[in-house]
Design a protein around this ligand. Sequence first.
Ligand SMILES: Nc1ncnc2c1ncn2[C@@H]1O[C@H](COP(=O)(O)OP(=O)(O)OP(=O)(O)O)[C@@H](O)[C@H]1O
Ligand SMILES: [Mg+2]
Length: 268
Amino acid sequence: MTGTGIAIDGVGMQFGGGQGVTALDGIDLHISAGEFVALVGPSGCGKSTLLRIVSGLLEPTSGRVDVSGKTPDEARRDVDFGFVFQQPTLFPWLRVLGNVLLPDRVLGRRNPNRGPHREQVARELLRDVGLERFEDHYPGQVSGGMRQRVALARALSYDPKILLMDEPFGALDEFTRDRLNLQLLDVCNKTGSTVLFVTHSIQEAIFLADRVVMLSSRPGRVTRIAEVPFRKPRGLEVRYEPEFAALTGELRGLLEVEDEVELARRQL
Ligand SMILES: Nc1ncnc2c1ncn2[C@@H]1O[C@H](COP(=O)(O)OP(=O)(O)OP(=O)(O)O)[C@@H](O)[C@H]1O
Ligand SMILES: [Mg+2]
């Protein structure tokens, strides 16, 4: 299944009415089918909120989102989205393979992408994320990085057009994160999914994404959209390219400015 485009136009989110928190303000972002976009910004700037709006779980207070001609709610009901969160939400009483097959069992006939060889597809996905020998283990018997890979395989198991990932590798050590980054790129290369990926790591964002979107501290506004100048497929060695360091430095500078704004605000 190939990806689908997302158009975010003038999206704002105000929690709790007039005196409440403005989480997002005037977000404009058009994501092409098959594109990988990383969202980076300070804590509390509205990244998770934006993912929830895109997936139709939350109605924005202004603006609109279009998912290839559908509203986010319609797209969600059509099972266009796959989610991977910071903490993998696996069922401890199901084995690894059972967890990957679960969405299919839950969705059943409602799954428009349902094919005849579901178990085979699940096994192939587990192989893609390097877990072919762990199908019969329970989540409690595998490491945190492996659980996160099960969550990724599960999100891909129903062939979603769009993958929404909210700091999926934030809790992992650097080597595991590197390996998962490579596997994610490899899998996306095969599936052609459109990806919206939230991370706190500028390096991870640049390594994975076609474009990196920087958000300001609350209310979240787009401060910069950076095109990543490296072709895919990419290897980890691109991180040693001078252009990689230059872009990392530039984006880090933006985040530091936002940090100072946030600090000043707290001191007022
Ligand atoms: N349901 C809610 N009700 C009220 N306020 C909310 C709600 N959800 C989020 N917020 C507020 O909106 C702002 C943005 O929250 P959000 O979780 O989107 O930030 P984030 O960028 O994902 O942060 P982090 O990087 O820490 O995960 C925060 O100030 C938060 O307190
Ligand atoms: Mg968040």
